[in-house]
Design a protein around this ligand. Structure first.
Ligand SMILES: Cc1cc2nc3c(=O)[nH]c(=O)nc-3n(C[C@H](O)[C@H](O)[C@H](O)COP(=O)(O)O)c2cc1C
Length: 337
């Protein structure tokens, strides 16, 4: 992984410093770029809040070979981790790789490691088109995320995603706040509960709603018929001064009560972080920036390698907390003060 990180650092030309810990400090305010919005506090809160979660170590048990696999949307996953949708290599990462090569690396590398890659959307069109092409090339194993465009563009892109073979599609509803789109004069907007229900109905695929940070929004998305939600603040890129996602996760997971899978992203870097998010109520996690580093520095193999490293770390964390399978990871592994 060190070689991969070194190569990525060169290719990213300062857009990402590939810091020892990817915590949003060095890149604060860099949107476009890889950073968080404004002071960068939302990105930093994701990492910091997760680092504050502490685990109880348990060794008097018989767990030696835990099972990290799970099923999600009909796919068998080797580990409960997806690559988060990330788009805009040219303006966010310094353009050291073509958008299509990037989405091929992410979607293909995830498939190789038994995970699932998501793809992003934005301006220019090559962003979503590359994602669709990579998902098609991987037999539909991937989830394209579409921005909350105004009607016509949204439905056209949702149809394109389904035509590319995607049976599950996502909408990052929080992109309604993206400055990069506002700068380009492209209309994205929040969606009322009624509108959301109509979008779910017309989507012709299961629809994941990403960008949920409150119990009310979670209930609204589930009531509208979402197939899953992603607790996310867009990696801190849309609104400054939100809490870390792991802080709002437990209440949201409890309110959803198992009706649909609850996914989460923001600051997840290691297998231990994955275990923490599952213990706090998530069914699976998404990882953003570190996957970009792996893709730029090592292509498809780099992404697969990163996911295999995560799996090894998760196995280790499960052994050390006495969890035989993912269902066994619950609040009991968390250290209460
Ligand atoms: C450069 C960049 C581009 C992104 N593009 C998208 C996108 O197109 N669609 C989307 O849903 N989220 C997008 N995101 C947000 C990620 O999917 C994810 O929520 C976030 O990166 C998770 O935080 P992490 O990077 O700390 O793991 C983007 C994030 C970054 C850093």
């Amino acid at each position: 992984m060190n070689e991969i990180r070194e190569k990525a650092r060169k290719l990213m030309k300062g857009h990402c410093r590939v810091c020892p810990v990817c915590d949003g400090r060095a890149c604060r305010g860099e949107v476009p770029g890889m950073g968080g919005m404004g002071t960068g506090s939302s990105f930093m809160n994701n990492v910091e809040a997760l680092s504050r979660v502490r685990l109880d170590m348990r060794l008097v048990h018989s767990v030696t070979d835990p099972d990290t696999s799970c099923e999600l949307f009909g796919w068998k996953l080797a580990l409960p981790v997806l690559a988060a949708p990330i788009g805009g290599v040219s303006f966010n990462m310094g353009g050291g790789m073509e958008e299509g090569a990037y989405t091929d690396a992410v979607v293909g590398g995830c498939a190789d490691a038994g995970a699932v890659g998501c793809t992003g959307d934005g301006v220019p069109d090559i962003i979503h088109q590359s994602g669709f092409a990579s998902i098609r090339a991987n037999g539909g194993r991937g989830i394209p995320f579409i921005k909350p465009w105004e009607d016509e563009e949204l439905f056209r892109k949702l149809e394109g995603a389904v035509a590319a073979g995607a049976g599950v599609v996502g909408m990052d509803i929080d992109a309604a706040g993206l400055v990069t789109l506002a700068k380009m004069g492209r209309p994205v907007s929040p969606k009322s509960a009624e509108k959301l229900a109509k979008i779910v109905e017309r989507a012709c695929a299961r629809l994941i709603i990403k960008g949920i940070m409150t119990v009310e929004d979670a209930r609204g998305a589930v009531d509208a018929g979402a197939a899953a939600i992603v607790v996310s603040n867009h990696g801190g890129r849309v609104l400054d001064h939100t809490p870390g996602t792991c802080e709002v996760l437990p209440a949201i997971a409890e309110a959803v009560g198992g009706k649909v899978p609850v996914l989460v992203d923001g600051g997840v870097r290691t297998g231990v972080d994955v275990l923490k998010m599952l213990a706090l109520g998530a069914d699976a996690v998404l990882i953003g920036r570190p996957v970009s580093v792996a893709a730029l520095g090592g292509g498809r193999e780099g992404v697969a390698k990163y996911f295999n490293t995560l799996k090894g770390e998760l196995v280790q964390a499960m052994v050390l907390t006495g969890c035989q399978d993912l269902a066994a990871i619950d609040g009991a592994v968390l250290h209460d003060e």
